[in-house]
Design a protein around this ligand. Structure first.
Ligand SMILES: Cc1ncc(COP(=O)(O)O)c(C=O)c1O
Length: 375
């Protein structure tokens, strides 16, 4: 087996992360609050831009609090993209809600406006819609937002994988009433583990912060009127995040370069398709994804096996939620009468190594292995 492993996406420290963590230690702010937590929130408010940012222990925590802010109660229907990671949908269940899954459209792999309309025909009053922008690619907001607006439904944007992506120049993670980002180790910037809730609603942000810090009422003793959570980000994690944030644009550039090297390399292989974003969008291509044609003799498993044999990580496309045993009871609305788009992408897609630690030479090796299968 070849030497150093090539990863899908691993953490990469580029700047002042270590210095800031040392500063956190030296000042003894080793707590779920402190100057770096505030600094990271301020940076995000300016960058997105958005009125309020609440730094939390995970993107999942940010989604859970968003679901609570949207007022989801037991039995309430919540629409959610089917082609996503399970963390998009799990918090619906935490609050006793009923997920209804929406298929993808083929141009972005994100929520299909056609399937969304169908879901509204059946369920005119869902409590919220969770729109995911997967793999760094923005969802098609021009089509999705008017439908949601018409039905006066709260939008929760799951931008866990798409920090840095834009749609008509506006940042993904600002289109919902509540929006979330993830800083998990594999994301475009990391705090080791963490997340951010973003909203223009100051009162909602304040409420989220209260829930996240055990729902303490303003009193000298511990007073609680609501159930609380221990969801606040630690100052040590935020120190890493502040260092990472300073290099976000470089990371976006590197991810895009990786993607476009694959696009160019596979241009002459008819069986391989890689979706490039339409002009109105800028994808970060957090993960480079390829799709094989139905009639391709080379299958995703052949690519993954060939790469693994050379100590290179790759992965199937996220298995859609409506195909997951845990959500087998949930309803699903398809894009058209053919095989659901999300199922097609799952069957034919592969997530390729997209690690910004990967050298150009290493990527050339990845490309050569894949091309070899089509020779
Ligand atoms: C689409 C999506 N939503 C939510 C999450 C949850 O984020 P976290 O791992 O920070 O809890 C992730 C990633 O882990 C994700 O990929």
């Amino acid at each position: 087996m070849a030497g150093k492993r090539i990863y899908l996406a691993s953490p990469q420290m580029l700047g002042k992360e270590r210095e800031y963590v040392k500063e956190a230690f030296d000042s003894n702010w080793i707590a779920p609050l402190g100057p770096f937590v505030t600094k990271l929130e301020d940076e995000f408010k300016k960058y997105m831009p958005i009125g309020n940012a609440v730094a939390l222990s995970a993107g999942t925590a940010a989604l859970h609090l968003s679901i609570k802010l949207a007022g989801v109660k037991p039995g309430d229907v919540v629409f959610c993209s089917s082609l996503t990671f399970s963390a998009s949908a799990n918090p619906i269940i935490y609050e006793g809600g009923t997920p209804v899954f929406i298929d993808s459209e083929p141009d972005t792999y994100n929520m299909s406006p056609v399937a969304l309309e169908k879901a509204f025909n059946e369920y005119p009053h869902p409590k919220a819609v969770i729109i995911v922008s997967l793999y760094g690619m923005p969802a098609d907001f021009d089509k999705l937002l008017p439908i949601c607006k018409k039905h006066k439904v709260t939008i929760i944007e799951d931008a866990a994988e798409s920090l840095g992506a834009t749609y008509h120049g506006k940042h993904v993670g600002t289109f919902g009433k509540y929006n979330i980002i993830s800083f998990n180790g594999n994301k475009i910037i990391t705090t080791s583990g963490g997340g951010m809730l973003l909203t223009d609603d100051a009162e909602a942000a304040e409420h989220a912060l209260k829930w996240a810090t055990q729902s303490r009422e303003p009193a000298r003793h511990y007073e609680h009127k609501e159930i609380g959570y221990n969801y606040r980000m630690s100052n040590v994690c935020a120190a890493i995040g502040c260092g990472q944030f300073e290099n976000l644009e470089d990371k976006v550039r590197m991810k895009r370069e990786i993607f476009y090297r694959y696009v160019e390399a596979f241009d002459d292989i008819d069986e391989i398709q890689m979706i490039t974003e339409p002009d109105r969008m800028k994808s970060t291509h957090w993960l480079s994804v390829m799709e094989l044609s139905n009639d391709s003799k080379v299958k995703p498993v052949d690519i993954m096996d060939a790469l693994e044999a050379e100590n290179i990580e790759s992965r199937p496309i996220w298995k859609p939620m409506h195909m997951q045993p845990v959500f087998s009871e949930c309803e699903f609305f398809a894009h058209d009468d053919e095989r659901p788009v999300a199922e097609d992408i799952f069957a034919n897609g592969v997530c390729l190594p997209s690690d910004t630690n990967m050298t150009e030479k290493e990527q050339e090796r990845v490309i050569a292995i894949i091309k070899g299968l089509f020779a």
